[in-house]
Design a protein around this ligand. Structure first.
Ligand SMILES: [Zn+2]
Length: 287
């Protein structure tokens, strides 16, 4: 298992913001000391402006350097553009590893799936998964699927990939919930699987299975995963229902697709995040 990470990604924080760097450091600690998976550690490579600009506007990229909060969820931090670029670069490094047939996970902050073409929101500044999916499509992949199991709708990824030939987006999330989108399918390639708050775990699992089944029918030659762990029952942000073993099953099921696959960390705000990531990775690795 290859993990793309850089401890410096945990270098920004704001008091009382749910985005806490400690969870990442705790995940690194757990992964370094566990013995079930053999891990190869890799640092993010680089991302060019041209690669970012497939997904974002020139104005948005410039805006990341202006020292002003984007919204109440999404503060400006010193060098946030640098952090966001490193996270996007890690997604590209993960894509390269997946293409070599490696199992790979990008353990970076900030997340990306809420960032739209011209807006930072929901703790997200650059849309890592969309940047990687568009890079894949521009460099030979014919059918790229993005599978987003974060509990929140990946509105940014949807907006960026909407009707883009050779791509498809599958998002399973609570609705109604932040960011308020994702109640129905959009365009010819964005498929949404809303689950109602307080629906039982069985319903959530069945909805995930349905989405996976539809993804299979798309016959992707590459799968990018927005791996959010905030649908977990003990996550403090929303009314999630999934148990740790559900993330293991997700890893197994995605790996069983038998196509190049890479996963990027999105949300996940419980203290159990390190264990959830490990169990997901064990699923991906077939353990
Ligand atoms: Zn989320």
């Amino acid at each position: 298992m290859k993990i793309i990470t850089d401890e410096r990604c945990a270098g920004y924080s704001r008091f009382s913001h749910p985005e806490r760097p400690l969870r990442i450091l705790a995940t690194l600690e757990l992964l370094r000391h566990q013995t079930e998976l053999t891990i190869e550690w890799t640092e993010p490579g680089r991302v060019s402006d041209a690669q970012i600009l497939r997904a974002h506007s020139v104005e948005h990229l410039a805006r990341l350097n202006e020292p002003e909060d984007f919204d109440t969820d999404t503060p400006f931090y010193e060098n946030i553009a640098g952090y966001a670029r490193a996270s996007a670069a890690a997604a590209l490094t993960a894509l390269s590893a997946a293409r070599k047939g490696e199992s790979v996970f990008s353990l970076m902050r900030p997340p990306g799936h809420h960032a739209t073409r011209d807006r930072a929101m929901g703790f997200c500044y650059l849309n890592n998964v969309a940047i990687a999916a568009l890079e894949a499509a521009a460099t030979g992949a014919k059918r790229v699927a993005v599978f987003d199991f974060d509990v929140h709708h990946g509105n940014g990824t949807e907006a960026i990939l909407l009707n883009r030939p050779g791509t498809a987006f599958f998002s399973i999330h609570l609705f109604p919930c932040y960011p308020g989108t994702g109640s129905e399918n959009v365009g010819n390639n964005c498929f949404n699987y809303p689950v109602a708050p307080y629906d039982p775990r069985e319903t959530y699992r069945a909805t995930l299975a349905q989405a996976l089944n539809d993804l299979k029918k798309f016959q992707p030659d590459l799968v990018a995963v927005s791996a959010g762990f905030d649908a977990y029952v003990r996550d403090p942000l929303v009314q999630g229902v999934l148990e740790a073993e559900d993330f293991h099953w997700l890893g197994q099921s995605l790996s069983a697709l038998g196509v190049p696959l890479f996963s990027l960390l999105e949300g996940g705000y419980s203290c159990d995040l390190p264990e959830l990531i490990l169990i997901y990775l064990k699923g991906v690795a077939g353990k």
